[in-house]
Design a protein around this ligand. Structure first.
Ligand code: M6R
Length: 637
């Protein structure tokens, strides 16, 4: 999704903006641009393509071909700094665009300007009533340069400014006309000391520096300058000057809020010696799980884990009386919900419905006020998940959110928030967010089981003790990753990869297949193993790799038969299991996971699948951190 940055201070804004945008690359983009006020005019430079193209356009210098790794990064960085020699000014806004309305092109890139070039804006989100507004503006003689929905905003702003003579009033009046979602950054030639920023349903933060202030779509963009931020709330505005920031609501009334201090540092948002964010984040899972679990597991005086504690614990009574849990999420977070269905049924003996959020709200779902509604979202900004959350609240349900992002919209709108403390997840393919989501869901199921009397003290202690051992077991898998890397180097050219499993393992199959297709572009699908014979087995041929996930001892015989069925039809078979002996003669390769109960094994079985996806992507020459067509945070429906 688009990334926004803005700077007002004493430094040269150009390179500050480009370097800040670089930190937002993970969000996905197809073009980039900046607008800087030079003291005389607003200079706009924008290009289709990557940020390097923007630096090349500004400096007129081209990064030599053939540079790789650090040499390339150093050159790109040097060129970004050099842009200061060409555009001088200490007020500016910048943008990375992920096309929604209009193809990726120079003209459709942001920033957009009014006709006389005195106002410039950047926008993330979608203006839903843009067609109607555009028609009206065109009828009044406004000439549009782009096909974007965003351009209507700057022309409207221009009209309102001309009518009121006050840019702040003009912004407020414009916001009242817009429908849809937006994070906006605005600069105006006649107000060279400030940036005006506004948010509705799209993330935006304000970074508070010394003699300088920033706007950004996400924290990594400003972390090298400051850790003190305001998370702008729904329908809030900020006016940033170099020495202070004023906050307002959409009625133009001043509001006061406390800044937050970002605890994590740049190292957490950089690759820290790994080749890609994805592999770094796979390796961060033991830490992320430990951090997420430590404050939540309650111990008795002897150090024995006895209970689960969540900071925002407002819903104990609801758990006791609820008849059903309804879970909605998208993508990987949805797969965590599918695992949770098995976990809640088994541990808390509760009925669970799991829905893809984009489907949920269109099917007039039957909801009961006694249901507990859980939304899961790494970013906390996914538009479909947010809409599902709002629908649940409209129906009077209490919502528990599981998210990785403090201050995100989901976290603010839910009744109860459980944070996954995974640290920033930069790679588009979700890994550490997924396993920490699973952990929170298991902890929640154990807590619900205790409250409802379906889990004895002894069983709770057993499960919690086992959860405490999970990070070390993941480390063991990571320490043996070369086996997976070697297998990927033999299989990366396969035509089809099918993941099969039963019960908990069928949920892991879904996530494993998604991970592989996202980053390696190999055609992978997941099937409940018993379904093979009802159709998919027709696809099996010697160009097929079948990965069986087998962590449920009671089902070893069943999945073993499925493995034999596909092997005898020419497929290569790999099994991910804690018990290799159970599958002797039925498989070509084994990825062994450490001993683990069948209830909790899903946190382990996914790790080899994540590694396999990563290594296949690298073998095939793709950058796993920036999969084609994908964005980290999907803030449009
Ligand atoms: O931020 P969210 O967890 O709400 O994102 C949901 C999905 O867009 C996300 O999980 C997506 O499927 C990832 N690319 C998976 O790796």
């Amino acid at each position: 999704m688009c990334g926004i940055v803005g700077y007002v201070g004493n430094k040269n804004a150009t390179s500050v903006l480009i370097r800040a945008l670089k930190k937002l690359e993970y969000r996905g983009y197809d073009s980039a641009g900046i607008a800087v006020y030079t003291g005389e005019e607003i200079v706009v430079q924008k290009v289709k393509g990557m940020l390097k193209n923007l630096s090349e356009r500004i400096t007129g210098e081209v990064i030599p071909e053939g540079l790789k790794g650090k040499e390339y990064t150093d050159y790109e960085n040097k060129l970004a700094l050099k842009t200061d020699d060409f555009i001088k000014g200490s007020l500016g806004i910048g943008h990375t665009r992920w096309a929604t309305h209009g193809e990726p092109s120079d003209l459709n890139s942001h920033p957009h300007t009014n006709m006389d070039g005195t106002i410039s804006i950047v926008h993330n989100g979608i203006i839903e009533n843009y067609a109607e507004l555009k028609a009206k503006l065109q009828a009044q003689g406004v000439v549009f340069k782009s096909q974007t929905d965003t351009e209507v905003v700057v022309h409207l702003l221009d009209q309102k400014y001309k009518a009121t003579g006050d840019i702040f009033k003009a912004v407020i009046e414009t916001l009242h006309v817009l429908e849809g979602s937006y994070a906006l950054g605005v600069i105006c030639k006649n107000y060279p000391d400030r940036i005006i920023a506004a948010r509705k349903e799209s993330p935006l933060i304000v970074g508070l520096g010394q003699g300088e202030n920033f706007i950004a779509s996400d924290v990594p963009a400003i972390l090298e300058h400051t850790r003190d931020v305001y998370y702008l709330g729904e329908r809030e505005l900020a006016v940033l000057y170099n020495d202070h920031v004023d906050l307002f609501n959409f009625e133009g009334e001043k509001i006061i809020k406390e800044p937050s201090h970002v605890e994590w540092d740049m190292d957490a948002a950089t690759k820290g010696g790994y080749e890609h964010f994805m592999i770094k984040e796979i390796h961060e899972q033991p830490k992320g799980l430990t951090d997420t679990m430590r404050p939540r597991i309650v111990k008795d005086d002897s150090g024995k884990p006895v209970d689960v504690f969540f900071e925002e614990n407002k819903m104990d009574d609801a758990w006791k009386t609820a008849d059903r849990v309804v879970i909605t999420a998208c993508g990987t977070a949805y797969h965590a919900g599918v695992v949770a269905k098995y976990a809640f049924e088994k541990i808390a003996r509760m009925k669970v419905d799991v829905d893809v959020a984009s489907e949920f709200r269109y099917r007039d779902p039957i909801l009961d006020k006694k249901d507990i509604f859980i939304v899961i979202s790494q970013s906390g900004e996914t538009a479909d998940t947010l809409s599902a959350l709002r629908l649940a609240k409209e129906n009077g349900l209490k919502v528990v959110a599981i998210t990785n992002c403090v201050g995100s919209t989901v976290s603010r709108e839910a009744d109860d928030v459980i944070y996954t403390l995974a640290g920033p997840e930069i790679a588009v393919a979700s890994t550490k967010a997924y396993t920490t989501q699973l952990l929170c869901l298991y902890l929640l199921a154990i807590k619900a089981g205790k409250l409802r009397g379906t889990v004895s003290e002894e069983e709770a202690t057993k499960l919690l003790t086992e959860l405490e051992g999970i990070p070390a077991k993941i480390q063991q898998i990571l320490d043996g990753k070369e086996v997976i890397q070697k297998f990927a180097s033999q299989q990366f050219n396969k035509d089809k990869i099918f993941y099969i499993g039963r019960q908990f393992d069928s949920a892991t199959s879904l996530e494993s297949a998604l991970k592989l297709k996202e980053v390696s572009y190999m055609h992978s699908e997941a099937f409940a193993a018993g379904e093979l014979k009802h159709g998919p087995i027709a696809l099996i041929d010697p160009q097929t790799l079948v990965v069986a996930i087998a962590s449920q001892p009671a089902l070893y015989d069943k999945i073993g038969s499925n493995m034999v069925e596909v092997k005898s039809r020419g497929a290569t078979v790999l099994v991910i299991t804690q018990d290799e002996k159970a599958f002797e003669g039925k498989t070509d390769e084994v990825f062994k996971i450490p001993e683990c109960s069948d209830t909790l094994a899903s946190i382990l079985t996914v790790i080899p699948a994540q590694l396999f996806a990563y290594y296949c992507a690298v073998q095939r020459g793709f950058d796993p951190d920036k999969p084609r067509n994908l964005a980290k945070s999907v803030t449009v429906e």
